[in-house]
Ligand binder design. Sequence first.
Ligand SMILES: [Cu+2]
Length: 116
Amino acid sequence: VRRFRPALALCALALVMCKDSNNSGGCGSTTAVAIGNDFFSPSCTGVSQSATVTWTWNSGGTAHNVTFEDNQDNSAPTVTSGTHTRTFGTPGTYRYRCSIHSFNFDSGMIGRVVVQ
Ligand SMILES: [Cu+2]
């Protein structure tokens, strides 16, 4: 007889809830976003007004960029290491993408910052 394992069930639920999909699910609440190959982690983060978000390249030398839908405070087009920052003075949802690894802001290497 298999016994119900609450700990395992909880882990499974946590995995589902924390799954870092690009345009749904919960946003993280961090000002630090890692740039991998080819994703932003977390892909969505919720921050407070006037917060500065820092993107850190962690891609082993592969070029990526941070290009915002509003075309403000973008990174350089091909960056292989280092960091990029943007301070968000106005509440709203700021979508961004890596223009190398996406065609638009809806799929591919995309992310968003929700400023409250
Ligand atoms: Cu990229």
